[in-house]
Design a protein around this ligand. Structure first.
Ligand SMILES: O=C(O)CCC(=O)C(=O)O
Ligand SMILES: [Fe+2]
Length: 329
């Protein structure tokens, strides 16, 4: 499928849908976030190096407890275990990153539907999209508490990038202010459907190759649920993909297109995908959770060197959402 898009980021995405090659010669940098304030300078340099080289890294000692992460996965499983007839009452509204969708996301890279269902939580867009307390007691309170923890951690990481870019330390914290009603950061619960597995990867993917739309993604992988692969954006033509083993104690992070643009391309938006398991691998349900730090709608995105024209964060995001969903809105 060769569609043509206004955003350069999208045209690039149409070119990397093939299976490519699996390699293990890339270093996956793990950054220890403990004692963040007293180690800020050291952590800032490590984050900057990883984010400017591959746009991809993992955080350890990040401050979100294992208990809270496991509880978030339990909430996710409780939601996805609801019958489709109930989940279907909370459908993703057109053009908005909120609510439930199933097999509706088509990546520009593959032209085929991701084999997954997902539930998006974007505050201020959740009218009529929360399951009732009878259906899922405490689900709303528990997932929002987790969302808050993700936001705090995301802002810590972004504060380091702000300093390196010559902005105030709090620049991105203010740009992602959850108290403003144009807040649009999103917690996404993901469930990839069980499958029979494949002997060879064809054009059906759990999640087709893509870069994220946002500034920064925090991805929680579930122990034992593999399949995530990355390829640094600037190496996209090589189609060499590195497996990311699913470790529950680290948070996998990647830079998204919004921050790549905001940094005049210094920070690299990272290409990734989730492949189908092979028949000899675990083929059951795969769960993961992503938190997308997406600047508030009215924020103007333009880097310190003005490499790109200024664009509002909502205009930027809308173009990506429109290109990604079956209903094209
Ligand atoms: O589930 C995963 O491991 C990756 C999810 C992802 O890349 C996304 O939702 O943007
Ligand atoms: Fe992604």
């Amino acid at each position: 499928m060769t569609a043509s898009y206004t955003l350069e980021e999208l045209n690039r995405e149409t070119t990397f849908g093939a299976a490519g090659q699996e390699v293990d010669d890339r270093e996956i940098r793990i950054i220890d976030m403990s004692h963040f304030e007293s180690r800020r300078e050291e952590i800032r340099e490590q984050l900057w190096q990883a984010a400017t080289e591959t746009g991809f890294f993992q955080l350890s000692q990040h401050g979100i407890s294992q208990t809270d992460i496991e509880a978030a996965f339990s909430e996710s499983e409780r939601f996805f275990n609801l019958p489709d007839s109930i989940k279907g009452q909370y459908p993703r509204p057109k053009g908005i990153n909120a609510g439930w969708e199933s097999r509706s996301q088509i990546r520009p890279s593959t032209g085929t539907k991701d084999q997954k269902e997902s539930y998006q939580i974007t505050q201020y867009h959740m009218d009529n999209l929360w399951p009732t307390e009878e259906e899922l007691p405490d689900f709303q309170a528990n997932t929002l508490a987790f969302e808050k923890q993700c936001w705090d951690l995301g802002m810590k990481v972004l504060s380091c990038f702000a300093e390196k870019l010559g902005f105030d330390t709090d620049f991105f914290r203010q740009a992602h202010d959850p108290h403003q009603t144009d807040y649009q950061s999103t917690l996404r619960l993901l469930h990839y459907y069980p499958t029979k597995g494949v002997t060879e990867q064809g054009n059906i993917w759990r999640a087709g190759a893509h870069t994220d739309f946002d500034c920064l993604t925090l991805l929680f992988q579930h122990e034992g649920h593999g399949g995530l692969q990355v390829c640094p954006g600037e190496e996209a033509e090589s189609q060499r993909w590195t497996n990311i083993p699913p470790r529950g104690d680290v948070i996998t992070c990647n830079i998204g297109d919004m921050l790549m643009r905001w940094s005049d391309d210094q920070l690299k938006s990272n290409l990734h995908r989730v492949r189908q398991p092979r028949i000899d691998e675990y083929c059951g349900s795969r769960h993961s959770i992503a938190f997308f730090c997406q600047a508030n709608k009215s924020q103007i995105i333009q880097g310190p060197n003005k490499r790109y024209h200024a664009i509002r964060a909502d205009d930027f995001l809308n173009q990506r959402i429109q290109a990604n969903f079956v209903d094209n809105k």
